[in-house]
Design a protein around this ligand. Sequence first.
Ligand SMILES: Nc1ncnc2c1ncn2[C@@H]1O[C@H](COP(=O)(O)OP(=O)(O)OP(=O)(O)O)[C@@H](O)[C@H]1O
Ligand SMILES: [Mg+2]
Length: 441
Amino acid sequence: MARRKGLLLDRAGLVSAALDGLQLSGWSFEVAPTLACARELLTGGEFSVGLVAFDAADSWPLRELEGLLSRYDVEWIAVLDRSLLDSEVLAPLLRRNFYDFHSLPLEHDRLRMTLGHAHGKASLFEKVAPQQDDEGRFGMTGRSAKMLKLYRQIDKIVAVDAPVLIGGESGTGKELVASAIHRHSARASKPFVAMNCGGIPASLIHSELFGYERGAFTGAHQRKIGTIEAANGGVLFLDEIGDLPLDLQASLLRFLQEKTIVRVGGTERLKMNVRVIAATHVDLDRAVAEGRFREDLFYRLNVLHLVVPALRERKDDIELLAQVIYDRNQDLRSHQVRGFSAEAIHAMAAYDWPGNVRELINRVQHAMIMSENRFINAADLGLTAAEAPVPTLDEVRNTVEREMIESSLKRYQNNVSATARQLGVSRVTLYRMIDRLKIIV
Ligand SMILES: Nc1ncnc2c1ncn2[C@@H]1O[C@H](COP(=O)(O)OP(=O)(O)OP(=O)(O)O)[C@@H](O)[C@H]1O
Ligand SMILES: [Mg+2]
């Protein structure tokens, strides 16, 4: 078995000699007497577990220590005298940054078990870290069935040049899809120009789309190119197309049919080569039925149709998305934050996400800045904890230990020596565990 590597931060040499004496098989430790030395070792080596010895509450400059502990993917175990657990300065730091603690004096079996658990946890994190390549496609994150279907549709859409209508709730990623279509189509080297039809006063939309000549109206001091012309050769993304006033719908339809424009105040008819991608978060069918949207324009735009799924319809992706958002926003992270708690992941899965991915981004960013915990919890995300509480690692560990001990005791007809031998612990340790886990022998 490859030796596991541990780091020991030991300012006063309190623990290193004792640790040597224990001769823990399968483990090798490097000792750092200062934080600077620890930083150097951590940068170079692959440690899964670190021990930090405290001889007093102020053994280490705490802020610097916390900065160091939170920066590396190492499971930390505090080694200290039990009395220090009550220290007002030390206790919160321990809670935020440490996986477990080991009270002095060092004990071979107890330490080996704690180290083993911490190492197991560290390897678990390594395994679940998402692989870059399988996160998604087209710059989008998601591997759910709904997203895979969307990717297949995009694959077809990038191969042709017809208009596209993208539907989907607010914040689902409609603009992201539009720009992905552009980047993966034959028009990729030409412009992508976005215009929000709902964000511009109705009176200005026409000149915004078609541009104007100098002197076309008061204040038109020089010629201005419109968004259609700016997108020539490339893609024009018309966001919130449902907000386009009816008279402009007629102008847009004419442009789509004739593929030409005339700037406001101009006479020249200019030939344009633009692919239009439109998006809407409202139900355009209904707008057509109610006479608010021209049916002929609807059919022109709706040659290719995509619906970006709401986040609640692809719950499988939530954890992955949250992790990707977390990884991309490391600069926002409060120094002790190390990831999400299981409770947070449950709460995210249970929530409905009316604001979709945009809301998820906001909540994760907020939590990364404001959380005072080592692992972001539901409250940090502004969510309520899901009904069934997730067991803590301690609870899981206790359950597994209890089950193993009980089955082994049964096998050896409650013979403690034989059970201890099979489980690889001393009799004293086994007695202590039986006591702690309230096992009836
Ligand atoms: N699948 C995804 N993977 C990663 N990021 C995403 C995904 N979908 C959306 N986003 C991000 O979510 C945010 C909102 O996306 P976008 O602006 O494309 O949504 P929208 O549907 O256009 O929203 P609205 O209707 O409010 O305009 C953006 O920051 C975008 O990068
Ligand atoms: Mg948008």
